[in-house]
Design a protein around this ligand. Structure first.
Ligand SMILES: Cc1cc2nc3c(=O)[nH]c(=O)nc-3n(C[C@H](O)[C@H](O)[C@H](O)COP(=O)(O)OP(=O)(O)OC[C@H]3O[C@@H](n4cnc5c(N)ncnc54)[C@H](O)[C@@H]3O)c2cc1C
Ligand code: FES
Length: 261
């Protein structure tokens, strides 16, 4: 689906993170957890290259919002767009997270914008636990929003300025130990930097568990045509035992057991 999204709000939420809300009724009506929007920023010099953003939330009257971090030219320009301006949006794209099976509790591992990418999943699931990792307190976002959903929020920061000092994967190891008698009742999900996802995926697999990770890669077309966004996944039918999957079309969400880390 493709439509022009009128900007209703574009506000700073914390540090370099912002929330932008579009009126995008066609796309908003179809969004599933973990799907993304491919946004064309008209003011950008290389405007043919859209920028992919996970859909944070949808609301009344066709509202669709994204939480983004200003990291470069595209996000810098996006940050400066005013109410009433438009961006052309393709979406919702990608394979979504599956909701936890009945009786299972979600455990989300998130870093950076990973909290935004998993918010709809949390909203549609029974309340569970989210492990959030950040460099420091200034990079922690959406904690209150997850608490409002009844989620238990466990935090780690590299410098100890909030939560436990260390890595979010330390929180994951501790949780697996703590819940060792109930592991079969937990559904694991992850979104964040690749290093974090690789470490989390290995921990989940080595505990004999499975889960779903959003393996976000740089994207070009966003619709499966260019192979710019590939991830190695296991494939018994190929002589090498693996193949490249297009994360925009076959992902970004993959089972831990399918990913080659
Ligand atoms: C599925 C997915 C979901 C995401 N969700 C979020 C989110 O919710 N919030 C968030 O903050 N970030 C998210 N990101 C990351 C976000 O897309 C990047 O931060 C953003 O694209 C950076 O754009 P920029 O222009 O500001 O940065 P820059 O570093 O300036 O832009 C990236 C640069 O790479 C170039 N480039 C991009 N793709 C290609 C390519 N295929 N080949 C060659 N050059 C290329 C661009 O032209 C640009 O110059 C997500 C990424 C993916 C893949
Ligand atoms: S971005 Fe073109 S195939 Fe995924």
């Amino acid at each position: 689906m493709i439509e022009d999204g009128k900007i209703l709000r574009n506000i700073a939420i914390k540090g370099d993170f912002r929330l932008i809300e579009f009126q995008s009724p066609e796309i908003a009506a179809k969004v599933l957890p973990g799907q993304f929007a491919h946004i064309k920023i008209h003011e950008l010099r290389d405007r043919v290259l859209r920028r992919p953003f996970s859909i944070y939330d949808t609301g009344k009257n066709g509202r669709l919002s994204v939480v983004f971090k200003v990291v470069g030219e595209g996000t810098g320009i996006l940050a400066g767009l005013k109410e009433g301006a438009t961006c052309n949006i393709i979406g919702p794209l990608g394979k979504p997270f599956s909701l936890p099976e009945s009786g299972k509790t979600p455990v989300i591992i998130a870093g950076g914008y990973g909290c935004a990418a998993t918010y709809i999943l949390a909203k549609k699931s029974p309340s569970g636990i989210i492990l959030i990792g950040a460099r420091n307190e200034g990079e922690l976002i959406l904690v209150k929003e997850f608490e409002s959903l009844g989620f238990e929020v466990r935090i780690s920061t590299d410098d100890g300025s909030a939560g436990k000092k260390g890595l979010v994967t330390d929180l994951l190891k501790a949780l697996i130990k703590e819940k060792k008698d109930r592991l079969g009742y937990l559904s694991f999900y992850g979104c964040g930097p690749h290093g974090m996802l690789t470490a989390a995926g290995k921990i989940i697999a080595s505990a004999g568990l499975d889960g779903e990770l959003s393996m976000d890669h740089l994207m070009c077309c966003g619709i499966g045509a260019c192979f710019a966004c590939v991830q190695k996944i296991k494939d018994k039918s190929s002589p090498e035992g693996w193949r490249y999957a297009r994360t925009c079309k076959e992902g970004p969400v993959f089972k831990v057991s399918d990913v080659v880390f």
